[in-house]
Design a protein around this ligand. Sequence first.
Ligand code: NAI
Length: 368
Amino acid sequence: MSTHQVVLIRGDGIGPEIAEVTQKVVDATGVRVEWDVVDAGESAMERTGEPMPAEVIDKIRARKVALKAPITTPVGTGFRSVNVALRQELDLYSCVRPCKTYAGIKTPFKDLDLVVVRENTEDLYAGIEFERGTGEISELIDWIRKRRPDAKLEAESGISIKPISVSGTDRIVRFAFEYARKHHRRKVTAVHKANIMKFSDGLFLDVAHDVAKEYKDIEFSHRIVDNMCMQLVQYPWQYDVLVLPNLYGDIISDLAAGMIGGLGLAPGANVGTDVAVFEATHGSAPDIAGMDRANPVGLILSAVLMLRHLGEREAATWLEGAVANVLHDGTHVTADLKEDPHDPTAVGTVEMGDAIIEKVHAHRAHDA
Ligand code: NAI
């Protein structure tokens, strides 16, 4: 049996708590992982003055696989999002977020099984922003006014630029179709607002149509993003794989996470050509950090995706089965999964992890 080398980023807020539990449950599967545990975010900032030290990036590049707990991004001030920087630096262009309901979870959306594929490097996340009141934005506003005299553009504006390219769209839509083929999915739906943003979202839609022609075995459809939100709430079962530009992908994946029972349950993978970084959809939840209240399942299910990526299919099946068992039993789950968040029978992060480990052992023993 080979040993896999994985970088484990402990993150901020609830990050270290859920990272430790996830490491233990993965080890319980018997898969040999040599964990290279590193810090990024606030803790790294305090220690090294850098939220994402170059050494961490180098390690991920070398090992090619990382499991990452969430990292805090201060709003408005402080450092730029480490999460966005990491995706751009390593060109992790696709973000895959499977959204599946497990028995025992409180949600009106039973038997949901959707996959959100979000473009991860372009769009309004490209980091091209101009601050109001600066010299450069005055120049930009003058430039725009000369070319678009009818544009509604006040002098006191801030401007964020939304680039969407043919190559960036081609590779994400192709990724979505390849994913659909590999995972025996029937349909890909592209989501956009091409009726309003004709040159960015319109391009996304045109390229998606072109790529779809090469995948005749998979149905293709498209939806305007606002309609998509309504459709997801009313008729989610019609959808299978969704492919979206960055911002819509961010929003729709949180919506889908809510539909499957909350952020605490939603896993994700950021995948590039060579490197993959696995992380839950949720953030660092500073409101419950250090309280042993965080639900570890989002990161544990991200580790399931990682095990599949590493070719450890059996271990992934055991671990996903163990999570499903614990959710179904409902006796060893964190407060966010209870009807009443103050339910005194809710357990902590560590105890939920231990219950999952016990089930992993049961699956292993059964298949031995
Ligand atoms: P959040 O996802 O951290 O929290 C939203 C709500 O969900 C909070 O009430 C929180 O307690 C709850 N929650 C989240 N994860 C949970 C879990 N595992 N178990 C139980 N409850 C959970 O989103 P928020 O508050 O918008 O962001 C907090 C920080 O996290 C920000 O600095 C943000 O930038 C960062 N963030 C980082 C991400 C990443 O590292 N990939 C992704 C999203 C946000």
